[in-house]
Design a protein around this ligand. Sequence first.
Ligand SMILES: Cc1cc2nc3c(=O)[nH]c(=O)nc-3n(C[C@H](O)[C@H](O)[C@H](O)COP(=O)(O)OP(=O)(O)OC[C@H]3O[C@@H](n4cnc5c(N)ncnc54)[C@H](O)[C@@H]3O)c2cc1C
Length: 485
Amino acid sequence: MTGTVDVLLIGGGIMSATLGTFLQQLQPDWKIAVFERLGEVAEESSNAWNNAGTGHAALCELNYMPAGPDGSVDPAKAIAINEQFQQSRQFWTTLVERGVLDEPKTFINATPHMTFVRGEKDVAYLKKRYEALRTQPLFEGIEYSEDSRVINQWAPLLMQKRRKGEPFAATRVPSGTDVDFGALTRQLIDKLKENGADVVTGREVKNLRRQKDGTWQVSYRDAIGRTPGRVNARFVFIGAGGWAIKLLQRSGIPEIKGYGVFPIGGQWLKTSDPAIVAQHKAKVYSQASVGAPPMSVPHLDTRVVDGESSLLFGPFATFSPKFLKTGRWTDIVSQVRFSNIGSMLKVGATNLDLVKYLVSELVKTHAKKVESLQAFMPTANGDDWELLDAGQRAQVMKGGKLQFGTEVVSGADGTIAGLLGASPGASTAVSIMLGVLKSCFPDRIAGWEPALTELIPSYGTTLNPDAATAEESTRRTAAALGINA
Ligand SMILES: Cc1cc2nc3c(=O)[nH]c(=O)nc-3n(C[C@H](O)[C@H](O)[C@H](O)COP(=O)(O)OP(=O)(O)OC[C@H]3O[C@@H](n4cnc5c(N)ncnc54)[C@H](O)[C@@H]3O)c2cc1C
């Protein structure tokens, strides 16, 4: 490929796919290219088996609403995450209506979201959390119970052969979802291609250099024949997952100075045994262990991938210096710069709980992993469960702190942006990419507003403050996406 493209998306994951779709809908006249280093798109974190497929809406994940030092709970962050997921639902609904996305059940399925906790302290906390959320319109329908018979109806595997004595409690939101972000990514990228985008797989971007005319000269190498090449782009989005840091550093933009990433891998226990799978239809989250990063909270999940249901339990944290599952052993050291080494050393020195947690996870045998599962499912038998490697998360390190969210780093002139970090992740790709549109295309965003409002009817507003608006949006998107509780 030679010449100049309007938009170059580096990486074929959910983030590039979402941004590309926005831009193709907003500016159908723009020339868009997608370069993916692997043989297929959606093979890294966005692949269904590399993530948990939770449609994160803060319905069940306790880390979005931790108890304060005085035991109080604040629903603000949970509401904000839910609002972001509603934008995703609205966007996907419009794309289904426009024929960009296929039959919704190929990528999203209704799966109740539950939280299950044990012990007096966590039971009291869960009750408080429930009380704070039950009056919020976006959490309409949340239920709470300490009754084993009720919880048994919601998720029998949690209750079978559970020892009496210890207090437990659960919440349930019937309108939760399981999302196959791999299928979603493939469908979006197929449509980009069908509508004229140049999608090239087996092409690894190596370098980016700013040109005098303001464009970016992007050098790459093709897997076949190791052929090098270059293309010029007016706007570059680095949706390279764990490798985004490397390319942002190579671009030389000052905004990336001081950042580093810390990779945390994961593993799941998986069963496809129809007799077990038939007894569980929910995503059940619990409380994190001491030192565990928020995204390592254990959960027992129904997954629907390619029309087949299975159960996943995990994640169990692993460590590898690679920033991508298919990354390089040198990844962790290749990011070291004068500007970030101090911050990285400080992270190492101040996160001893995390180090201890990682070590304890690394030494867990299959039997120990099954023991963790038995805290959720007392009848679990290790022979029914196989171990599966999940994707790598490259967590952001900045200012001596380890962060667990995502962060868009963009150049001051808006010609380049890249995404670091992993959580809440794919579920909030729509909201994150709206942020990229705003920060990188400040002169165009006002003109795009009518089209954005057609794509996302609540664009520029929030749903939760008005119960009727929230109800209308959730009902409409649930019906269109086939995820009625
Ligand atoms: C264990 C785990 C569980 C998770 N669970 C959830 C969940 O339940 N719900 C949720 O919403 N999110 C979840 N996430 C987060 C979610 O998976 C990610 O946020 C999301 O998939 C990231 O998408 P992406 O497009 O940025 O990256 P990726 O999907 O990783 O895509 C990046 C792509 O860039 C390509 N690439 C890299 N470098 C180059 C280069 N130099 N040239 C060309 N191509 C390149 C890669 O090959 C890859 O295809 C989870 C993540 C993990 C790891």
